[in-house]
Design a protein around this ligand. Structure first.
Ligand SMILES: [Zn+2]
Ligand SMILES: [Zn+2]
Length: 208
């Protein structure tokens, strides 16, 4: 399971990320030199995934095939946990003391898909991996033991989403987080629920 999760993540991240890089909006975006720095940093962060997945797997309750209703309930709970974890840890990294770690991720005003996980290791573990791993732990204890295929689907969707969110394709339909790189005081979350509640939702992203 750990190897499949790692492979699924790597293939999705680099497969879609490289494809989006080839077809990126070339009027802006980082130089090749900074791209090689991005690749090295992201690979270093991703090298921690197998060991962190191993830790998380000790707490996830795995079970038989989930019914459609159970699967939907799992996905709803996992999305809410992800939203909660990502929003508040991300906002923490925007405070005066922690921003020195988060500013690495914000080096790109106009990011690219493969820079989605270009960040300090502390941010990668706390903001990216922790909510992602906590989501199936919480849902498998709250709803029912989770089908491993649903877990793979969760990892695939989360990886695809973060790459698309950072893509600088001119017609990128998912612009909320991309806009966060333009205006660092808006759109901290994933779903927009907590941004809406805290008044940090940046709908200007859709006005273009
Ligand atoms: Zn970002
Ligand atoms: Zn940020």
């Amino acid at each position: 399971m750990i190897a499949i999760i790692f492979l699924l993540h790597m293939l999705t991240y680099w497969g879609i990320g490289i494809l989006l890089y080839i077809f990126r909006d070339k009027s802006a975006g980082p130089s090749l030199r900074s791209v090689s720095h991005v690749i090295k940093t992201v690979l270093l962060n991703q090298s921690t995934i197998p060991i962190m997945t191993y830790f998380a797997s000790n707490y996830i309750l795995l079970g038989e095939t989930n019914s459609m209703r159970e699967s939907i309930n799992h996905l709803v709970i996992m999305l809410l946990v992800e939203e909660f974890g990502f929003y508040y840890t991300h906002r923490l990294f925007h405070t005066y003391f922690f921003y020195k770690y988060h500013k690495i991720h914000h080096e790109f005003y106009n990011p690219i898909g493969i820079a989605a996980l270009y960040c300090h290791l502390s941010e990668f573990l706390l903001t990216n991996l922790l909510p992602l791993g906590m989501a199936p732990i919480v849902s498998s204890h709250l709803i029912s033991p989770i089908d491993v295929n649903l877990l793979y689907f969760w990892i695939f969707c989360a990886t695809l989403n973060t790459v698309l969110e950072h893509s600088n394709l001119a017609k990128n339909p998912i612009r909320r987080h991309y806009y966060h790189h333009v205006n660092g005081k808006k759109n901290y979350g994933v779903l927009g629920i907590l941004d809406w509640m805290h008044g940090t939702l940046g709908l200007e992203a859709f006005a273009e």
